[in-house]
Ligand binder design. Sequence first.
Ligand code: IMP
Length: 427
Amino acid sequence: MPGVSVFGAQWGDEGKGRFVDFLASEADVVVRYQGGNNAGHTIIVDGVTYTLHLLPAGLLYEGKLCVIGNGVVVDPGSLISEIELVKSKGLSVDALMISDRAHMVMPYHKLLDGISEDNAGEAQIGTTKRGIGPCYTDKAARLGLRMCDLLSDNFGSKLRSVLAQKNEILTKIYGQPPLDADSMIDEFAEYRDKLRPYICDTVRVCYDLFKSGKKMLFEGAQGMLLDIDFGTYPYVTSSHPTAGGISIGTGLPPCAVTEVVGVVKSYTTRVGKGPFVTELHDEIGERIRQKGHEYGATTGRPRRCGWLDLVIVGFAVRTSGMTSIALSRMDTLGGFDKVQVCVAYEIDGKLTRDYPASLEQLAKAKPVYKEFEGWSDDISHVRRYEDLPKSAREYIEFIESETETPVDMIGVGPERSECVVRRKYFE
Ligand code: IMP
């Protein structure tokens, strides 16, 4: 039975939510495996917009199992608010499961994320300030508190011991007042009561679902160039959005993933700092931003915009073993006379199609473009590939031949139904 992974093949915000939503209709279970509420997946159904930060997109369908895996970092207060919001819109969260191994984003993580960013000057990363980096740091430093700790009688003493260390940093390094352990313990006791019904051993649950042949969908957050290993380090997030993150973030064997769908926006965007070779600082970049409402779903920050960069997509194909491309926002890119696609970088007079590790090399990289005729922006009614304008098909077929990966889904508008689908994933 296929295990389908949907992940972002650029810097996040590729429009994964709508493809996950589409595929979730056919899956038995939807699993998140990394990131936290730094993500923002927007799904529009019958004119109603749902922006999910931590909850898997499967919740929009009655009865789908939804798993928050061990690789996700969970801010309990924010998750509870999201659960309440979703319930107020008439949706059920009865099928939600949260890994007892998932680490919790604590109040000091958020505080330290904000303070260290504000103090970083030129070295700012432009994080979402949701405490994601500090939480993963504590996980690696073996100082983290997990969901199973929340349920334990020893939670108070564990928290006190970690908080003593964090208060040293807050007071001595940053000159901040210390955080109060008692009130934090009370706050988390409330979270425990609300989250207890959902916390379980999702490693066992996922394995049993996999063994019994259930259709599993893995929902990635952020994008491959924000991956801590393959991204534009240090301008990255602290987890593994690439398909390789699934095994570690769920406990499933790698063979549980049989299809890897990379979501590629038909142009490129990035939020926060860091290199961006095809960034447009002109009126075309501004036009894409306005037309595509390119403002962060989590932070509201304007996104940087530029042409599609196939050097990035090629890197995503290789590092995640992409078997399929879901191309989003072909409607947004419509209406331009000409569109450009970057096929290589020129660095010190040499051409390369490999994405450099070094920021210095990236700073020198000049995009080598191939130009295409534009197409009409009135394509939201199109449901069959053959009905797309010829120039749009030429653009798509070029992406396929350059990346050696089929473009199987094409977003032509924001609504759930506004999509061209060329194959089935869950047979
Ligand atoms: P953090 O994940 O909050 O630590 O932020 C690290 C970097 O990842 C920053 O550049 C953020 O703007 C970026 N980032 C984090 N989550 C997302 C996302 O969901 N979409 C796009 N960029 C993101």
